[in-house]
Design a protein around this ligand. Structure first.
Ligand SMILES: NC(=O)c1ccc[n+]([C@@H]2O[C@H](COP(=O)([O-])OP(=O)(O)OC[C@H]3O[C@@H](n4cnc5c(N)ncnc54)[C@H](O)[C@@H]3O)[C@@H](O)[C@H]2O)c1
Ligand SMILES: [Zn+2]
Length: 354
């Protein structure tokens, strides 16, 4: 019998199950005891692959890609929901990666002032990160995720069998967030990632993928449960992300989020070692792991240092005037600080641009 795990995530006012297993999509209605109408929001790549696993539902298909994570696409989702006649007794199901999850969730939070919402993540990144914690939203021309809402799902179904069709670069992007979770939490997950035998791919033995995904979700669960509205330790999840956001933006999103996170994790370790918070050996260890997962560890030379610094200062404006970094003392011990001199940031960028 294949393994199935159910984790419960609590938030102020409720809780929801996260089911991780193989071929769980086909049991959506039974597993969740859904009785009313169900509308599935998916993208043009995932719909043809997995849409038929969900029976007795209506389907709204949006184009694939971050460039469509816009208010215009939200409008087309509203149109689709109205066309199916969905009312407040119905459920919106997101079937896809983080882009679909963020948009279907935002539509579910706002359509008729909120309807039931279920996440069925089909990328590694969405399983371990985007589908957990209740953040939803869209991008504006001025920047990523500038409009959004907290919308807790009624359930998350992570069907590991869908990972088999995930392009290798997308799987690697998800591994960057898994490594981030390992660094934040330390312990068993970090040990697993540091072992030479830890060689994860979409075709890895099911049991290995299963325990990896469950452990990575547990890290995010523990953090969002402790800090549901991002007032404290949820900021730890931004490890590597001050650098990553700048890299993504300056590359005009040619560098994928997960790839930028990989570079950002190396940068966070370098900066931490430069400030004598951690040993330089930690940076080397992180680089070895990321390389094993086919992730980049240097910032492309065509991204000008000054532009990266400017982009980070813009991030600073968003955080009430403080350029905040999540730094490392060791795997399992991270902290947030706004006391990093710009010369140290510059030194790290100069060191990592190749
Ligand atoms: N809400 C949050 O807390 C949170 C956290 C992290 C990231 N995000 C958001 O998530 C988004 C990134 O998510 P992503 O990395 O999943 O990207 P994505 O949704 O763009 O998916 C990546 C690509 O893989 C395809 N795909 C998805 N599942 C597949 C499968 N099983 N087989 C074959 N192809 C498949 C998609 O069609 C897409 O082309 C970003 O917009 C980011 O802002 C949100
Ligand atoms: Zn991220």
């Amino acid at each position: 019998m294949t393994q199935e795990t159910q984790l419960i995530i609590t938030y102020p006012g409720g809780s929801y199950p996260v089911v991780v297993g193989h071929y769980v999509l086909g049991r959506l209605r039974n597993l969740l005891n859904l009785s009313g109408p169900v509308v599935v929001v998916t993208d043009s790549q995932v719909g043809p692959l997995y849409g038929s696993y969900l029976t007795n539902v209506s389907m709204i298909t949006i184009p694939t890609g971050e460039q469509y994570k816009t208010l215009e696409t939200i409008q087309t989702i509203y149109n689709g929901l109205l066309a199916t006649g969905l009312d407040r007794g119905g459920t919106v199901v997101a079937l896809g990666g983080g882009v679909v999850g963020d948009m279907a969730g935002f539509a579910a939070a706002t359509y008729m002032r909120g309807v039931n919402f279920v996440q069925c993540p089909t990328t590694l990144l969405a399983m371990v990160d985007a589908s957990i914690g209740g953040k939803t939203g869209v991008d504006l021309p001025q920047g990523k995720n500038l409009v959004g809402a907290f919308k807790q799902p009624t359930a998350v179904l992570a069907d590991l069998s869908t990972l088999q069709t995930l392009p290798p670069a997308e799987f690697a992007a998800g591994m960057a967030e898994v490594v981030k979770h390992g660094l934040i939490a330390g312990g068993e997950l970090w040990q697993k990632l540091t072992e030479q035998t830890g060689q994860f791919t979409p075709q890895s033995p099911m049991a290995d993928l299963h325990s990896l995904v469950v452990q990575a979700i547990e890290v995010k669960r523990n953090i969002v449960q402790a800090d549901p509205f991002e007032q404290g330790q949820r900021a730890w999840l931004n490890l590597g992300h001050t650098f990553a956001h700048a890299i993504e933006q300056v590359s005009e999103y040619v560098v994928r989020h997960g790839e930028a996170v990989a570079m950002g994790l190396v940068a966070a370790a370098h900066l931490s070692a430069y400030l004598e918070e951690c040993s330089p050996a930690l940076q080397t260890q992180i680089e070895t792991i990321l390389t094993r997962f086919h992730l980049p560890i240097r910032i492309p030379a065509n991204l000008p240092t000054q532009d990266l610094l400017t982009a980070m200062r813009y991030d600073k404006k968003k955080a009430a005037g403080q350029l905040r970094f999540v730094l490392l003392r060791e795997a399992g011990e991270v902290f947030v600080t706004s006391e990093v001199p710009e010369t140290a940031v510059l030194q790290t960028l100069t060191h990592l641009i190749s």
